[in-house]
Design a protein around this ligand. Structure first.
Ligand code: Z16
Length: 828
């Protein structure tokens, strides 16, 4: 096993920059780049000038990295993802360059608080949730570990919508993150690509009588690349995230324009520019929309052409080295159309024989699966596919024909049932292209994102594929970058760790285990909890500002932050809050440690029940927060517009981490890792990476409850009747009936009834009622644990100490060893 060495102790070349030099740079850019002066510059101008000052160092690193990769002609990984949830880059770049302290001092001397300038930046929210944030953590680790890598994606004009609440209901507003320009991106007009869609396929014969397919496209669209430098931590590598923006092709519109069709030409412009206009806000449902397929194809085609252009610069028309130089990681099936696109380029454009081309494809692509939810598995109607990509449909048919003939029929001769199951084309009255099947057939490796999930991918999703190719399947458990999710977001805890265990932990997170030796030391416990207390006080201010609710930092801060989904069960959390409230009303002396229940979640705009759950939480919050009888034992807050930047403020302040999905449904989770890393104690089911977190921290330091994956299956087998729980548990019955009254929505009974109906008439598809009793017991256990101050401090510290496994550096090392076979390239 090759171990990638990270130069954690080596000081970055830029570390020598002191505050004085930075001040000079900032003022120079205030003058020369922003065209303003120190006495009249706005905070925005100061922020931009500082970004420009930082970029001098960033671009230095970018140049040397690209020169080195070019000279060494290194193998590189190409990460294909429709989503990158980057958040802000200002403090991230400063930290990774080792310039944060100098910049803070420089700005202070110029009369500015660095935190105020940080707030000038919009989040770069080009993703929905876990999958997009994972991509962002991965490109941070790749740069930090000096691995040659390019991230490819779409330069959306509008990222994930901004969320507001109006009378408790979610309202979506457009996100315009780069309305006034983004200082971190560089446009590269010299690398523009042109791509085709629509049209028809003609069969022609060449002079030797060989059949050829010629695609006559209906439209040509230009892809303009924007590069975002990705700065590795204290290393020397600066990699690139290359995002494609769609434009109308000048070439194509010329004729229309000249023949007087100015209006038609500008309509086509608008249509072309629509492709990269907006990120689809559905995290785990496939809408099957034509524009989405075009988005996927647009960025895959641009990216492949970009890769091939770079390859040809070094190797000309000799394709034999291509699989040695190029590996492409498909982040879910969203970019799977890259497989037939590479086949088209090789067979139709490079005149390669099918077998040779297919041999290359199968050595180049690897596929990561992120979900088992049936509604999230992508499939495209053959009809629409043929309209948008007629030649690609033919290629997929040919891939499928050979697969069924040469693999499936050889293994299971004459077995039509197996063929039906394994076919890339799902037959039926509306035939569909199954993108998961295509991804498995076209890739040399397939991985899930946590141990239990990878097992289920093999046993439940693709068992026949495993029978054909057992060695194709593997696991890579997710991870998160400790640079953003501990060092930058929790500076108090970071300095304490530096003092206690040394400063190597950001690139060697297993070092955190040294903290365990101090977990019984009362002095260290006090320091640790004092930091938590200060972080909670900071968050309390943010809560006050955003929601108007006053919360006490002495209460338990219980946090559930993730997309809103039935399977994630925010409504289970809500039912428990209602149970506590009811107990308080029934027994005014009900004894509980005061708790603040904090939610952050966006619902997909078309997901009705998810929006009803948000509304219900907001209405219940309003009632409880104003009820004097509660005596502040419970507060409920729903933070509006949850996003990376808000997560960075919430996670360091969490005492309790809610990870309560139905077992078997959450592929991994990554918020669970960030919260444990910052000393929160998990209340969780045995699902996704929770299982591995429990293994690492030990059962004393986590509150596990609920059905296991096997128990969920058994219960469903034997027939699950949610009504039994309603009738047999008086607390459950009382709470659900309460939701139907107008208690929380005065004068409007029934407004919150949707939750009750989904749990009873709807059959409770995610077994909320089955897990309720276990959940409330786990919450009682938390309440008991918190009363023992030293005991809690130890548990919290043990969480930080024991989760070193979940650095994204380890995930990337696993990809290197199990999938990519890359070697680091040190850059001076
Ligand atoms: C997503 O964020 C995830 C899966 C998916 O199919 C689509 C989207 Cl947008 C999430 C999983 O739900 C989560 O468990 C996992 O940790 C994350 O992907 C990264 O693997």
């Amino acid at each position: 096993m090759t171990k990638t060495k990270i130069s954690s102790s080596s000081t970055p070349a830029t570390a020598s920059l002191n505050a004085e030099q930075l001040k000079e740079r900032i003022i120079r850019h205030l003058h020369a780049t922003l065209g303003t002066d120190i006495n009249k510059a706005s905070p925005q101008a100061w922020w931009r000038a500082t970004c420009a000052a930082i970029n001098e160092s960033v671009f230095d690193g970018l140049r040397t990295t690209q020169r080195e990769h070019y000279q060494q002609d290194t193998r590189a990984v190409h990460y294909f993802s429709l989503e990158y949830l980057m958040g802000r880059l200002f403090s991230n770049n400063l930290h990774n360059l080792g310039l944060y302290q100098s910049a803070k001092q420089a700005l202070a001397e110029l009369g500015h608080d660095i935190a105020d300038l940080e707030d000038q930046e919009e989040d770069m929210a080009l993703g929905n949730g876990g999958l997009g944030r994972l991509a962002a953590c991965f490109i941070d680790s790749l740069a930090t570990m000096n691995l040659p890598a390019v991230g490819y994606g779409i330069h959306y004009e509008h990222g994930l919508f901004q969320q507001e609440f109006q009378a408790g209901r979610q309202i979506e507003r457009p996100d315009s993150w780069r309305e006034y320009g983004n200082p971190w991106e560089i446009c590269r007009p010299e690398s523009v690509q042109e791509i085709s869609v629509y049209g028809y396929v003609e069969t022609v014969y060449d002079l030797q009588g060989r059949m050829k397919k010629v695609w006559h496209p209906g439209r040509i669209i230009k892809g303009v690349p924007w590069d975002i430098p990705v700065v590795g931590y204290h290393g020397s590598s600066v990699n690139v995230l290359r995002l494609w923006e769609s434009r109308a092709s000048d070439f194509f519109n010329w004729d229309v324009f000249n023949s007087g069709g100015y209006v038609d030409a500008s309509r086509e412009n608008i249509e072309a520019e629509t492709i990269s206009k907006v990120l689809y806000p559905n995290d785990e449902t496939e809408a099957g929309k034509e524009l989405r397929l075009i988005q996927q194809y647009f960025f895959c085609s641009c990216s492949l052409k970009d890769i091939i252009r770079r390859y040809k610069r070094a190797h000309g028309d000799d394709w034999s080295k291509f699989p040695e130089q190029v590996v492409i990681q498909l982040n879910d099936t969203h970019p799977a159309v890259a497989i037939p696109e590479l086949m088209r380029i090789l067979v139709d454009r490079a005149d390669m024989h099918w077998d040779e081309a297919w041999g290359i494809c199968q050595q180049v692509f690897a596929y990561t699966n992120h979900t088992l939810l049936p509604e999230a598995l992508e499939s495209w109607s053959v009809r629409m596919f043929e309209k948008v990509l007629p030649r690609h449909l033919e290629i997929i048919y040919e891939i499928n024909r050979r697969f069924l003939l040469e693999q499936v029929d050889v293994r299971w001769p004459g077995d039509n049932d197996k063929k039906r199951k394994l076919s890339i084309i799902e037959e039926g009255h509306e035939p569909m292209v199954r993108m998961g099947h295509l991804s498995v057939v076209g890739s040399f490796r397939v991985n899930g994102v946590a141990e239990v999930h990878s097992k289920l991918v093999q046993s439940d999703l693709f068992p026949e594929m495993v029978a054909l190719w057992p060695e194709k399947f593997t696991n890579v458990t997710n991870g998160v970058t400790p640079r953003r999710w501990l060092k930058a977001c929790n500076p108090r805890l970071s300095s304490m760790l530096d003092r206690l265990i040394g400063s190597d932990w950001p690139t060697d997170l297993k070092q955190l285990s040294k903290l365990a030796a101090h977990a019984d030391d009362p002095k260290v416990q006090d320091d640790f909890m004092a930091i938590k207390q200060q972080n909670k006080a900071d968050l309390a201010k943010v809560i006050q500002d955003l929601t108007g609710v006053a919360v006490d930092p002495a209460a338990i801060f219980d946090i559930q932050i993730k997309r809103l989904h039935e399977y994630k069960r925010q409504h289970l959390n809500l039912l428990h809050i209602l149970a506590l409230y009811r107990r308080i009303l029934q027994n005014p002396d009900y004894d509980m440690v005061p708790r603040v229940f904090i939610f952050g979640a966006k619902a997909a705009p078309g997901y009705k029940l998810a929006k009803e759950i948000i509304y219900a939480i907001n209405k219940v919050a309003e009632k409880i927060n104003h009820d004097k009888r509660v005596k502040d034992r419970i507060k409920v807050v729903f933070m509006p517009n949850y996003r990376v930047t808000l997560a960075e403020k919430m996670i360091p302040a969490a005492d309790v981490s809610e990870q309560i999905s139905t077992a078997g449904k959450e592929a991994s989770g990554t918020g669970n890792m960030k919260l444990a890393l910052n000393g929160a104690i998990t209340v969780g089911t045995l699902d996704g990476a929770n299982i591995e977190i429990a293994e690492e921290v030990g059962e004393d330091n986590i509150a596990i409850f609920g059905l296991t994956v096997d128990e969920v299956k058994a219960l469903r087998q034997s027939g699950y009747h949610s009504r039994d729980y309603y009738h047999n548990n008086p607390e459950i019955k009382a709470i659900l009936d309460w939701l139907e009254t107008d208690y929380f929505t005065p004068g409007k009974p029934g407004e919150l009834a949707a939750i009750k109906h989904s749990l009873l008439e709807g059959g409770d598809p995610y077994l909320v009622l089955a897990d309720f009793e276990g959940y409330q017991a786990a919450q009682q256990q938390i309440d008991g644990w918190y009363r023992d101050k030293a005991g809690w401090a130890k548990k919290a510290m043990m969480n930080t100490a024991c989760v070193g496994k979940f650095t994204s550096d380890r995930s990337i090392q696993d990809y290197v060893d199990r999938v990519w076979q890359l070697t680091p390239c040190k850059v001076d």
